[in-house]
Design a binder for this molecule. Structure first.
Ligand SMILES: Cc1ncc(COP(=O)(O)O)c(C=O)c1O
Length: 393
């Protein structure tokens, strides 16, 4: 078969206005970024607390390399289960107030693996309509029937639970803070419905961990729901500034995953430096709440400023501020205009978000200065004067 196929497929992506290209970052992940050779203010990072380049993480990683070397050499079940993996799991379990925890190589692998291990033929997964692609793929891989309920709609979730009454098992899965909208799931209501209809609850705290809860443990902790949420998944690569993911829950849950979860079993384990960074990051997150305070203040400042300019930001109560544009091409044009003026706010298009809801995904960091936020607001004000119309040519 000739490679013409690649070009033809790419052309159809371009024709749909959905062609994606990589930016090149030439420095560290701070509130400013060297992007494609130019310094811009960074409103497109999940490094919410600004610790991805913290000296404590770097020192921990270097010390781990000195002591344990660079690679882990094998999967966890072969010779790749190092002391640091278990140390981190103990720490995550304490952090999340659960009996145990298990580290995964990425959030994507965790969601795909957990869902396909815990649900199968004869089961029903109840999934929020705006759940992340990795959750969607986990549902697909599981072979369970998946009922998708309208975003955060408890009435519809209840109707789906009734519909699933005769299933072998029911599993509700939701993000706690939605990655592209920044709003919070109605978790208390979800847990109550789960208890009423005998369903398991799995949460994805990718964007909740580090940001919410008294010690940064996430939305489940903020609401005191840890004992009632069976499966708490989260990532180490966003507010925690490193890489990887975890699930926290009962020992039996983790042991079952060790035995059955293909994305845990059949992959080389994370290297020691990554474990050490995560251990250092959890210490910072737990012991230095001033970062969360700064993040909240920055969120409020940017949100208020954008609202005063007349921008609608939906129901976000997190560092993720979605500025809905609608049309994909228009959204990318707006993002490009902002970037041209030194403000990086990534445009997000289908399939990441539903058609017609393309948006700028503006993310705030604890380490943005007031000057940087004011500068961004000035740019948004300038751009708003000529928007609409924005030309896409
Ligand atoms: C809600 C959510 N879950 C899972 C993931 C995947 O995590 P990771 O980047 O560690 O693969 C992401 C981000 O990419 C996410 O936003």
């Amino acid at each position: 078969m000739r490679a013409d196929f690649f070009a033809a497929e790419l052309q159809s992506v371009k024709d749909a206005g959905l062609y994606r290209q990589l930016h090149l970052v030439g420095g560290d992940q701070g509130p400013t970024l060297m992007l494609d050779g130019r310094e811009v203010i960074n409103f497109s990072s999940n490094n919410y607390l600004g610790i991805a380049n913290h000296p404590a993480l770097a020192a921990a990683a270097k010390a781990a390399i000195d002591r344990y070397g660079c690679g882990s050499g094998a999967s966890r079940l072969i010779s790749g289960n190092m002391t640091l993996h278990e140390e981190l799991e103990t720490k995550i379990a304490q952090f999340k107030n659960t009996e145990a925890a298990l580290v995964f190589n990425s959030g994507f692998q965790a969601n795909v693996g957990i869902l396909s291990t815990l649900a199968g033929d004869g089961d029903v997964i109840l999934s929020d309509s705006l759940n992340h692609a990795s959750i969607i793929d986990g549902c697909r891989l599981s072979k369970a029937k998946t009922l998708v309920y309208t975003h955060c709609d408890l009435n519809e979730l209840e109707a789906c639970l009734k519909q699933a009454a005769s299933a072998r098992r029911r599993l509700i899965v939701t993000e706690t803070i939605f990655s592209m909208d920044g709003d919070e799931a109605p978790l208390v209501g979800i847990v109550e419905l789960a208890e009423k209809y005998d369903a398991m609850v799995m949460v994805d705290e990718a964007h909740g961990t580090g940001v919410f809860g008294a010690n940064g443990a996430g939305v489940v902790a903020k609401l005191g729901l840890a004992p009632r949420v069976l499966i708490q998944m989260g990532t180490l690569g966003k507010a925690l500034g490193g890489f990887g993911a975890y699930v926290a829950g009962d020992r039996a849950l983790c042991d079952l995953l060790i035995n059955r979860c293909r994305s845990f079993i059949f992959t080389t384990s994370l290297p020691p430096a990554v474990m050490a960074m995560a251990l250092a990051a959890i210490d910072l997150v737990q012991n230095e709440p001033h970062r969360r305070d700064a993040l909240r203040q920055n969120c409020q400042k940017l949100k208020e400023g954008l609202s005063l300019l007349g921008f609608e930001l939906g129901r976000s109560n997190s560092p993720i501020l979605p500025l809905i544009v609608g049309d994909a091409a228009r959204c990318m044009a707006l993002s490009a205009v902002l970037l041209g003026r030194g403000v990086f706010a990534q445009g997000i298009r289908p399939p990441t978000v539903p058609a017609g809801t393309s948006r700028l995904r503006i993310t705030v960091m604890a380490t943005h200065s007031a000057v940087q936020i004011d500068r961004a607001l000035n740019v948004f004000e300038e751009v708003k004067r000529q928007w609409p119309p924005i030309t896409t040519s």
